[in-house]
Design a protein. Structure first.
Ligand code: NOJ
Length: 535
């Protein structure tokens, strides 16, 4: 329309609520113990009922599964473990029929070492695919070319005995990093994106969006903290200033290029911008110009302790830096689940729900991780049950991601309705009360509260109303308004008082003990509320 300026990152995703499906552990339709595409199709009705608008499915491409699918050996295929193209098309069709959008996981930072590009690339220094990856000579004393480390432990370089050169991998040796300075790699991914758009996907979650381009001079990264052998891979990785391997300016050029591909299809680019220090200024660059990513995950809320000052720092700084275009998650398949992080037990669960009251009403895109809606804590597995390479390949086990990846308990039949076979990873000590079936018929259950919360969001959130903080940094109640709605979370002790702005406010939703008086609200500990201005 003439005279109307379309905001750069606006789209159908404004106002949407996302849901992450970790496919292996969601629903298994054929009894092989691994979740699959038809399994997801069978649960779309549930997701619609819950109030989800957008589903993100983790990788289902052909893969040796060294990193459970994040090691892709064919970007335009489907691993038979998860189903067929027919299953995929049916899933998309069904989802669209029910008004759900589907985004898929694009893994451009690295391929699998079993990808034909890499097999060719390693076959000879003169191979035409050699330049698809980063190959470098050893130092004069035979060491790796620089001090870069892998997220998953050890050097980021592996020596290929045959050619005498090292190749780069920021994750497992089975996940060689692609060379995004090579125009042929850029063109390959153009075709991959077009391929999936032609199959009607609604967008992409971009894995390791912060990592694609590298400084090609490959200098050593500066060291921030002294490293010792008792540190976990994550701690070692965080001990470096990733000045030359992550967050390089060239990443934005790639996303700008992809915007031209996805915009005509009205498809979403949602980036995993995982920067260890979670500096919001750096994350915001991926979205702020309005022509690169539409949304970027902001990870600080998944690590923040239950402490008012840390929460204020996390939320105020992020919203100052990127007021509209961040994506918020409570948990993911890479981190401990929120109830566990917040102390475990009933208190941890209550805190996770109270925290959702804050998180889900912020400007931007909230994404629920499967099982968050059931209040599930992480599962503690026995050493021999662990599957994640981060745990199984390292002597210091503190970072395994398996505890968040166990299957969803749908009902209390054997296999908890997840599978009629043997699950690929133990389901763990879930009880009947954890199941969807039980919670769906129990008033006041976590699931029913989530469903209500999402309905209130849908009915009352004025998307165009900017966020205004109702409390200040010295308050233990973190509260903001958007139009005629107030969200408030008490991170302090009992008895906190929130003074309300003028008007007649009604309590629409609360977690824990919350008392609404004439012009104020009193909060017990671990409580939260949504208030709505009566019209
Ligand atoms: C982020 C994904 O979420 C994680 O599961 C994976 O291991 C790494 N990227 C590497 O692809």
């Amino acid at each position: 329309m003439e005279g109307v300026i379309k905001k750069g990152n606006a789209g159908w995703w404004d106002g949407s609520v996302g849901y992450e499906i970790y496919i292996r552990s969601f629903a298994d339709s054929d009894g092989d113990g691994v979740g699959d595409l038809p399994g997801i199709t069978g649960k779309l009705e549930y997701l619609s009922w819950l109030g989800i608008d957008l589903v993100w499915i983790t990788p289902f491409y052909p893969s040796p599964m060294a990193d459970f699918g994040y090691d892709v050996s064919d970007y335009c295929g489907i691993d038979s473990l998860f189903g067929s193209f027919e299953d995929f098309d049916q899933l998309i069709q069904e989802a669209h029929k029910q008004g759900l959008r589907v985004i898929i996981d694009l893994v451009p930072n690295h391929s699998s070492s079993a990808h034909p590009w890499f097999e060719s690339s390693r076959s000879s220094v003169d191979d035409e695919y050699r330049g698809y990856y980063h190959w470098r000579d050893p130092t004069t004393d035979g060491k790796p070319p620089n001090n870069w480390v892998s997220h998953f432990g050890g050097s980021a370089w592996t020596l290929d005995e045959e050619s005498g050169q090292y190749y780069l991998h920021l994750f497992l040796p089975e996940q060689p990093d692609l060379n995004w300075n090579n125009p042929r790699v850029i063109q390959e991914f153009d075709e991959i994106i077009k391929f999936w758009l032609s199959r009607d996907v609604d967008g992409f979650r971009i894995d390791v969006a912060q990592g694609l381009t590298k400084n090609m001079l490959m200098p050593d990264n500066p060291i921030r903290f002294q490293i010792n052998k008792n540190m976990s891979p994550r701690q070692v990785f965080a001990s470096f200033d990733h000045r030359y391997d992550l967050d390089q300016a060239g990443n934005l050029e790639i996303f700008r290029r992809w915007r031209n591909l996805v915009d005509p299809h009205d498809a979403l680019l949602l980036g995993e911008v995982y920067l260890r220090d979670n500096d919001p200024n750096r994350v915001s660059r991926y979205v702020s110009s309005g022509d690169a990513l539409h949304r970027a995950f902001y990870f600080a809320p998944m690590h923040v302790p239950w402490d008012p000052q840390s929460m204020w720092d996390t939320f105020r700084d992020a919203l100052d830096a990127a007021p509209e275009d961040l994506s918020w998650a409570l948990s993911s398949h890479d981190d401990p689940r929120a109830p566990t992080r917040f102390g475990g037990g009933e208190e941890g669960k209550q805190r996770a729900l109270a925290y959702s009251v804050l998180l889900f009403f912020l400007p931007g895109l909230p994404v629920i991780f499967q099982g968050d809606e059931l209040g599930l804590p992480s599962i503690e597995l026995e050493l021999e049950e662990l599957a994640d390479p981060v745990a199984t390949r390292n002597a210091v086990e503190t970072d395994g991601r398996d505890g968040a990846r166990t299957p969803i308990p749908w009902d209390s039949s054997s296999g908890f309705g997840f599978t009629h076979g043997t699950p690929w990873i133990p389901i763990g000590n879930r009880s009947e009360k954890d199941t969807v079936e039980y919670q769906q018929k129990t008033q006041g259950s976590w699931l029913m509260q989530y469903q209500t919360l999402l309905q209130i969001r849908k009915d009352n959130l004025e998307l165009d109303s900017p966020l205004r903080w109702v409390t200040a940094r010295d308050s233990d109640v973190i509260s903001f308004s958007r139009g005629g709605l107030i969200s408030a979370l008490n991170v302090g002790v009992s008895g906190q008082i929130l003074s309300l702005p003028n008007g007649q406010w009604e309590l629409a939703f609360h977690v824990g003990e919350v008392v609404l008086n004439d012009r104020s609200v009193v909060f017990a500990e671990n409580s939260a509320a949504i208030l709505i201005l009566a019209s």
